[in-house]
Design a protein. Structure first.
Ligand SMILES: Nc1ncnc2c1ncn2[C@@H]1O[C@H](COP(=O)(O)OP(=O)(O)OP(=O)(O)O)[C@@H](O)[C@H]1O
Length: 679
């Protein structure tokens, strides 16, 4: 069979089911995914001079082995390999931990290049690897890896895929653009980024790669838009009186801002054209109720509505709330997450009811995207925190109805120019006020040594029958560490409060039943203090919780800190946020200061961008922007804009389909946007 980049990674020799699974977990399914799984940084393997390297720097040193290697064992499985290396005129000590098998490679008098971490005081190198001769002038790409698949394995598989498939790597971007912007070919980009000769060639390949990535992203957005225009949207003829009644029966009056956005969205849904709208509003500004109102509008017009959220906890919470709101008026609400659909009988019933249309509103996670889920008449899709779902995924959900209207909600506002560039011509509605009576959350930054007084503060609030959250530090690299940390903090907190208060624990690895039980207990005030990992980040809503303590707060980006803080201050009691941290750099300090100075999510988003512009990349994943592999929408904004203009021109061209030079682009769009076709 002819080789294609859409082949599964499983076709590669030596990549068995286990490796396939591990790669899939990293988001790599096809050869194309593999070839675009670019290194996130490079290790510089060019040999350096001792005089020019700093303490703890990772470097390659070239020298002659000056003593026989000594291998010593300690503990059960641990060992250490030591030897001296003459590097120009200096003799340094090299130590490899648990790599005893290297001993045979280290011969007295032999010249070796060793990559490792330099300790200036001890004049020693903690060895990481011995570089092969052909490596010694190269940049070594560092790839995303996991517990299941090692860095070196990922790298090897990429090398293998490249050598087997290099002949079928063709340019997707039309030739005219490649010429106009003097871009490298797709094959050169892949080669140059994975296997660069030096920094300069890596940079050059990246530049073209960024353009390609942005262009393809914009082409997809543009294509979806064109397609929507062709298909036309739904006209949602809602019953105004019912809607008014529903709003009048809410336990509170809508804020002016909420009223304004409800009007905007209803107007848009009522039009024949397809709705593609972003609803942004600060944490706690009451977006959920707006979503409920407009979903009800769609339901009164005889359609089904779906609400898609990023976590199970959130799905459960919304389902409970929406059921309370809707069941009294005869609207059926269902919950669909991967744990509800594992129970066979329940699943069958649920699917059949969705298909029959007896369920009016379904709340769910990614599980809503499964192919066996069909709707009778899906008219509106609302997604919460849109950046967590890819464009492709939203497209799938949309195809489950006849081009239902779409509303995306986000609490991480991004400045308008950037929103337009990254999300295409989406319409934007903004809630710019908080419900009446909300008090500003008082935020304080404390050092780790002040932790005891923070606990005292929490206890005083608990004495007043309030509740508190304690968020354990984020450890991005390791889920296992994340969990261990949360458990330790849970133990300490339990000990600290003794039998006086109940402490609960919530983390991502718990089964969803357990999570639900803990959340319900916290809501019902059977738990006073909830120790949690960032699973509580979005949308959790318990008005009686008034203290949020975040440990090692400098590990979080601004957007995420603001989200976490937004879990308190949701009722009319005074709320507090305690940031515990000893930041390690100026950006960490800046983040703490910004958090104590403002409660306004729009200001925070702007500051986040400014810091990122200066090189603070911690917040990268958390900033509400679509994730790119190579490009950065802020630092490479100019390229993004150009890519967008070009994509608009090319896709918008009446003769787009007929032009030979667009052939590969059309193929690409069809294979990445599943199921959608031009005809
Ligand atoms: N107009 C209002 N007056 C009083 N309370 C309101 C109003 N609108 C919403 N609320 C309440 O405020 C709380 C926060 O609202 P909601 O959960 O909808 O906020 P959100 O914008 O979705 O926030 P987040 O982004 O944090 O999830 C909820 O308990 C909700 O019932």
């Amino acid at each position: 069979m002819a080789k294609e980049l859409s082949d599964s990674v499983a076709v590669l020799a030596g990549v068995g089911p286990k490796k396939v699974q591990a790669l899939n977990k990293l988001g790599i399914n096809t050869i194309e995914d593999l070839l675009t799984a670019y290194p996130f940084r490079y290790d510089d393997y060019a040999a350096r001079k001792i005089t020019e390297i700093g303490d703890q720097e990772k470097v390659a040193l070239k020298g002659t082995v000056a003593t026989e290697p000594v291998l010593s064992h300690f503990g059960r499985q641990k060992n250490r390999l030591n030897f001296k290396l003459l590097v120009e005129h200096d003799v340094i000590m090299v130590t490899f931990f648990n790599q005893g098998y290297l001993r045979s490679k280290i011969e007295l008098g032999k010249e070796l290049t060793i990559y490792g971490k330099w300790n200036h005081k001890r004049q020693s190198l903690a060895g990481m690897k011995i570089l092969a001769d052909e490596n010694s002038n190269e940049l070594g790409g560092v790839y995303r890896s996991s517990k299941e698949i090692k860095q070196s394995q990922v790298k090897k598989i990429i090398e293998q895929a490249y050598s087997e498939y290099e002949d079928v790597i063709v340019d997707i971007i039309p030739d005219c653009l490649i010429k106009k912007y003097r871009l490298l070919s797709r094959k050169e980009i892949m080669h140059g980024i994975h296997f660069p000769e030096d920094q300069k060639s890596a940079k050059l390949a990246r530049r073209s790669g960024i353009f390609e990535e942005f262009f393809l992203f914009q082409a997809r957005m543009q294509y979806i838009k064109e397609n929507e225009n062709i298909n036309n949207g739904l006209k949602i003829d809602y019953e105004l009186e019912k809607l008014k009644q529903f709003i009048a029966n809410l336990p509170f009056e809508l804020t002016n801002s909420q009223k304004k956005v409800v009007n905007e969205i209803c107007h848009d849904m009522h039009l024949q054209r397809h709705m593609n709208r972003l609803l942004q509003g600060d944490v706690g500004s009451g977006k959920t109720i707006v979503a409920a109102i407009i979903m009800y509008a769609a339901i009164t017009a005889g359609f089904q509505a779906a609400l898609m959220v990023p976590t199970e906890i959130l799905a459960q919470q919304h389902a409970i709330k929406l059921a309370q709101l809707f069941e009294p008026i005869g609207v059926n609400v269902a919950l669909l997450t991967s744990s509800t659909v594992t129970r066979v009988k329940q699943k069958r019933e649920l699917l059949s009811n969705l298909k029959k249309g007896t369920i009016n509103l379904v709340v769910g996670t990614h599980a809503l995207l499964q192919p066996d889920i069909e709707f009778a008449n899906l008219g509106l899709v609302v997604t919460d925190e849109q950046h967590r779902f890819g464009v492709g995924q939203r497209q799938i959900l949309r195809e489950k109805g006849k081009s239902p209207d779409v509303l995306m909600m986000t609490a991480t506002p991004i400045p308008r120019t950037l929103a337009l560039t990254t999300y295409g011509e989406m319409d934007v509605s903004t809630i710019n006020e908080l419900p009446k009576g909300r008090k500003i959350i008082k935020t304080q930054w404390l050092k780790n040594k002040q932790l005891a007084s923070a606990y005292e503060f929490i206890e005083r609030k608990l004495n007043n029958s309030s509740q508190a959250y304690i968020v354990s530090p984020l450890i991005e690299e390791s889920e296992a560490m994340d969990l261990k940390n949360a458990e330790e903090i849970f133990d300490k907190t339990t000990e600290r409060f003794g039998s006086r208060y109940h402490v609960g624990l919530l983390h991502g690895k718990m089964s969803s039943d357990k999570k639900e039980n803990v959340m319900t207990a916290f809501k019902d005030h059977k738990i006073d203090v909830l120790v949690a990992t960032t699973v509580i980040e979005v949308g959790v809503d318990v008005a009686n919780a008034t203290v949020m303590m975040i440990l090692d707060a400098d590990r979080f980006g601004l957007a995420q800190l603001h989200q976490l803080r937004g879990r308190v201050g949701r009722g009319d009691k005074q709320s507090y946020c305690l940031l515990i941290s000893d930041p390690k750099n100026e950006y960490g300090i800046a983040r703490m200061q910004i958090m104590t100075e403002t409660n306004n999510g729009f200001v925070i988003a702007q500051k986040d961008l400014e810091l990122r512009g200066q090189g603070d990349i911690l917040g990268n994943k958390q900033s509400g922007m679509p994730e790119f592999k190579l490009g950065d929408p802020i630092n490479d904004l100019r390229i993004l804009q150009i890519a967008k203009e070009e994509a608009q021109q090319i896709i918008g061209d009446e003769r787009f389909k007929q032009k030979k030079e667009n052939e590969e682009l059309i193929k690409y769009l069809n294979r990445t946007l599943l199921g959608t076709s031009f005809d």
